[in-house]
Write a protein that binds this ligand. Sequence first.
Ligand SMILES: [Ca+2]
Length: 97
Amino acid sequence: MPTETERCIESLLAVFQRYAGREGDNCTLSKREFLAFMNTELAAFTKNQKDPGVVDRMMKKLDLNSDGQLDFQEFLNLIGGIAVACHNSLVVKAPGP
Ligand SMILES: [Ca+2]
């Protein structure tokens, strides 16, 4: 039986591969694959964005080597950033001692 942490890693890999495998290089997310990922998997976030260019700019910021694709490391930077933001908002919201 995998642990909870191992299952989380497996899930991240599976989601990345599912979207990366849609077109072109199946080890990276193209802009279209990234948009599909954002609109499906992070729809709550995407829907709240009034600026339609925000996902575009996120892609540019995440694409550290500027090859127009997001590899798994670049994708993890996004997940890590969101996780940290969630953690921080929980810490701020949590009642003090
Ligand atoms: Ca890249």
